[in-house]
Design a protein around this ligand. Sequence first.
Ligand code: ADP
Length: 622
Amino acid sequence: MPCPGATPLVIWPLALWLTITTACLTLAVVHAHVWFRNRRAVANAAFAVLAVSVAALGYTELRIVRATTVAEYGRWIWHLQLPVWSALVAIVWFVRHYLHAGRPWLGWTAIALRTVALVVNAFSSSGIIFLEIVSVEPVTILGEPFAVAQGVPNPWMALAHLSLLFLILFVADAVRDLWRRGERRRAITIGGSIVVFITVGTMTAALSFWGVARIPLVVMLLFIPIVVAMSFELSRDLIRSARLAADLDVKTGELRESEQKLALAADAANAGLWSIDNTTGRLWATPRALDMFALAHDREHGLDDVLRLIHPDDQDRVRAFAEGAPGRGDTPASIEYRVVDAGGAVRWYASHGRTQDSGAPGRMGLMGVTIDITDRKRAEDETASQRVELEHLARVATVTELSGALAHELNQPLAIIMSNAEAAQQLLERSPPDLSEIRAILGDIVAADERAGEVIRRLRNLLKRGEPNRQPLLLNEVVRDVVQFMRADLVRRGVVVKLALAADLPPVLADRVPLEQVLLNIVGNACDAMAGNAFGDRVIGIATGTAAGMVSLRIHDAGCGLPAEPERVFAPFFTTKEQGLGLGLAICRSIISMHAGKLWAEPNADRGATFHLSLPIVTGAQ
Ligand code: ADP
């Protein structure tokens, strides 16, 4: 029956309702698409359901407020329950999945009550709102008529209100959770808007349906702030996702570039890169690495495919390396091994690996780099054989040098023996022979012979690297002994030795025989240097003294003098003598060095040379 004065509205309410419905449907399509592309975006699906529900709500409400008859109003108010139900379910769903807040039982109670209300509505011919609609009358708002019904309220309507009350409690509880978690913006935008506008909507509907006030049905308008708040939050997420996706693109590009650079560097270094997943045993390798192990590029491979090529003697080591944790515990970070190719040729490879922790429990891997070191190994082998050859040559050279030194050192006692023997022969030819002089000469011969034996023994000791026999010695005594020992030789050569020995000279720690050899050598050289001088002009001065914690000795001659660079006389094999070996002074210097002393030569201001020798004073002897 048409109601008097009820005229269908046409202008702004229609435009507003249509705009909002279109906007809601558009949002629903967008977010349904997001969910379709990513099934884990459950909140987007919930929002899409809510937006469709609000659009359906809007359409139904539009039909209700435009209703001109009781029957028409009653039909559309009956239809209204379905979008309200789906909107409520969508809100609970969204809050649980997007905000992860609110006690579930509150949400479930709201849904259950609303479902019962829906069922009651479905089985009641007049719907859950009214038992009977008496009249439908227009209320003018902003110049437009909105239909408002007058009727007998259905008591079951309380069930619908109760479901909304539980929804409000559920969302308020979620707001409290969010607030505690510090997510205050979301608590205000989403939670606040739901609580406020559902409360307002419930109250206006209750006032209208229970006949307390004549308010047209505008529930859809109250859903709009909720939709906007949810959409705002989801859009922020979408924008953030888009930004992350853009960042990811950039990072992926950089990663690809760095991978390419790495592969380029690896190729340039002739290195193969690889990684093994210890859980699956699967191998990833660059083309170069696959080639190195003769593996096909178009198939998947495992560790066993690689091990097949390893030399049988090296297989256990390589397996332990690949299955262990290189660099940790007993497993080395690098390994060198042999690979046998199809033709039976052996190549040497070196692999350097690092344990790769994927982060997943029990999932460990190994990544590394392998290079072909066959050439290096060959070079090492060659170097090793060359070293052996070199050591052999060095031994030969040492033997030669030592035999030279031996000959040189024996030369002096032999020369002394010879000159003494000649002197003895001359004395024997006299009549009567001077037996006491001959006895003295024979004594000198025996002494020289003993010295020769001593030299040989010492050289042998030197070769054996035996412990030196060092003891505190008074250098003045050593000088006197040497001069005494050389007496016959000095006489024969017409050389006079003048001693200037310092009194109370502190002792030095030295091996007597080598030290005597040094003095013998230097004095013998001085004699040689003066061989061209006239008899009576062959004088050697030997002086001792102390200076700066050392005992010093100077052997001064008037001979032919030193070369332009005096140091050369200490170089092995430097000699100016026809029969010389050039080893005496080199050996002398090494003997003095072994005693922590110094030996050097200086030219004299007028002529000849002076040899300086210094040895440390025995500690505590001063
Ligand atoms: P050798 O006596 O077998 O030549 P040395 O090492 O003892 O070997 O001496 C090396 C060289 O140093 C001698 O050949 C000589 O030329 C030079 N030399 C050594 N002592 C003197 C010296 N007092 N005066 C001049 N030259 C010397």
